[in-house]
Design a protein around this ligand. Structure first.
Ligand code: RIB
Length: 301
């Protein structure tokens, strides 16, 4: 597979975004403002972040429908220099997501997966020179498991962002090198309902390296038999947190693929993710590598 040093296998969605005073509660109707459309999907967001802010050579395996959305999802991958391995699903819609963003920057998201659910085990391309495989959970779990198994067999490191939250089979957890989760996802995997200390929950999951993203509190790097490392968040004026976790995952994995230590990767990923929150849209907020380096240099003074 060309010169890509990492492969992202995952989803692409067209995000239908409306801003409102607050996110609707169950049963509530909220009058929002104008509708905006953005390319999104956890897989595509992470691939774009890895290529743009992470500076990695990225290949992405993605399934798109045969509708008008497909071109809008493909263009930003190509613009970011990603080598897109696209599976075209006849008769299917592309993935889409319906997002409400509150004035405080928080959001609620409902995904209609469409073609993403057709990404199958046999679609996996050769790993080539890729050292890392990055995945999320918006494609079928059977495919995530098959890709992880194949990566392990090929000596490729597996990074899983276990989002959206769900419990996972032991066999999959055993084939993961790095797990990236937020607190809710960690609780779902640890079966602790979040009441235990973060390190206790990480230990309970049974993956040797776990990164927990903590929103405005930063991130935590937990490794078995090592002291946990905390990464404070970089303070910014938040406009939209949609995709901030994806930017973190993409940049973190790109840094690992470039040979960085996990704590350095976490530092850069936290900075890129903070910058992403200052703009509207999951991918449009992703900084370039130059913007990220300038931001880090400014804060190092
Ligand atoms: O993580 C944010 C993403 O989740 C959005 O872009 C949306 O498409 C959903 O996949």
């Amino acid at each position: 597979m060309g010169n890509a040093n990492m492969l992202v296998a995952g989803s692409a969605n067209l995000d239908f975004v409306v801003r409102a005073a607050h996110v609707p509660a169950p049963g509530e109707t909220v009058l929002g403002r104008e509708l905006a459309l953005f390319p999104g999907g956890k897989g595509a967001n992470q691939a774009v972040a890895a290529a743009r802010a992470g500076g990695a050579d990225v290949r992405m395996l993605v399934a798109l429908g045969d509708d008008a959305f497909a071109a809008q999802l493909e263009a930003p991958l190509r613009d970011a220099g990603i080598d897109a391995s696209i599976v075209r699903i006849a008769g299917s819609a592309s993935g889409s997501a319906f997002i409400c963003i509150a004035d405080d920057g928080e959001n609620s998201i409902t995904v209609a997966p469409g073609a993403n659910l057709h990404l199958a085990p046999e679609h996996l391309p050769a790993f080539g020179i890729a050292s890392h495989l990055l995945m999320q959970l918006e494609i079928p779990l059977a495919s995530v498991q098959a890709y992880a198994r194949a990566a392990r067999a090929a000596g490729v490191k597996v990074v899983l962002n276990a989002a959206p939250a769900q419990s996972l089979p032991r066999e999959l957890l055993d084939s993961i090198d790095v797990l990236i989760v937020n607190e809710g996802e960690l609780a779902a995997l640890a079966g602790t309902h979040g009441e235990a200390d973060l390190s206790v929950q990480c230990e309970a999951v049974g993956v040797a390296c776990v990164v927990v993203t903590l929103g405005a509190r930063g991130a935590l790097l937990w490794r078995r038999d090592q002291s946990a490392i905390e990464q404070p968040a970089f303070p910014v004026d938040v406009v939209d947190t949609t995709g901030a976790g994806d930017v973190f995952c993409g940049v973190f994995t790109a840094e690992l693929a470039a040979g960085a230590k996990p704590e350095v990767a976490m530092h850069h990923a936290a900075a890129a993710s903070a910058l992403a929150c200052t703009k509207l849209g999951a991918q449009s907020g992703t900084p370039t590598r130059a913007e990220l380096e300038r931001f880090l240099a400014d804060r190092a003074q």
